[in-house]
Design a protein around this ligand. Sequence first.
Ligand SMILES: [Zn+2]
Length: 77
Amino acid sequence: MATISSTEQSQYERLAEQLALMPETVARLLVDHAADDTGRCVGCTRPGTGYPARVHPCTLHRLALMALAVRRRMGER
Ligand SMILES: [Zn+2]
């Protein structure tokens, strides 16, 4: 996993907070961005080839997980 700056981190958190309000989108992302047999994301394919290009968990999968964590926090309030 690449390290990301704190600015990017808070942008991801804001995005995750928005996503947390869209549970169907979060579920869709988790289904579409699952790992294949070789540990790569089946949703993040190389353009034009359909070949999985990203190591799983990809950015979108992690974002969906963050959104789930936000939902849990919202549920606890
Ligand atoms: Zn992906």
